[in-house]
Design a protein around this ligand. Structure first.
Ligand code: AMP
Length: 143
């Protein structure tokens, strides 16, 4: 299945923040939206970073509560791996596995157009495996 099909099903909403957003506001957003990462974008909606719950926990452990008033740009990952709508779920699995992260922003024409999490990948793969098993079962019973 392609990224475009996953996005058609789950929607294109992405939680974003500007680089100068204080970390406290990022934490509130992560908690309220029950998500694991926020994509940091500039005024043209291009991806300039990503901050996940792991970055927040690491920064809190290293520097304590002083981080809460500081901008997210100080703690985000700047070299973000992205994907396009034409990539397959297998491409995403290999990017997530080799990069050891659980979120992939989708970019179209240099702009953020969606996000795929590891939960979306697992859900898609389970549906694919179930479809394959059913097709095999139908084939066996009709022969
Ligand atoms: P995650 O597994 O998504 O919570 O992220 C683990 C670490 O990888 C954190 O330091 C994130 O900032 C970073 N990270 C998450 N997604 C990406 C991505 N698509 N490209 C690069 N780094 C990422």
């Amino acid at each position: 299945m392609l990224v475009s099909a996953i996005l058609a099903e789950k929607g294109r909403d992405v939680a974003t923040a500007a680089p100068d957003t204080p970390v406290m506001s990022i934490i509130e957003d992560l908690s309220e939206k029950n998500i694991g990462a926020i994509v940091v974008t500039d005024e043209r909606h291009s991806v300039v970073g990503i901050i996940s719950e792991r970055d927040v926990v690491r920064a809190l452990a290293n520097q304590g509560a002083t981080i809460l008033d500081q901008p997210v740009s100080s703690f985000m990952t700047q070299s973000v791996v992205t994907c396009s709508e034409h990539e397959s779920v297998h491409d995403l699995m290999s990017k997530m596995t080799s990069g050891r992260f659980r979120h992939l922003p989708v970019v179209a024409d240099t702009r953020l157009s969606g996000i795929i999490s590891i939960g979306d990948v697992v859900k898609t793969r389970i549906a694919e495996v179930e479809r394959e098993a059913n097709a095999l079962r139908d084939y066996i019973s009709s022969n």
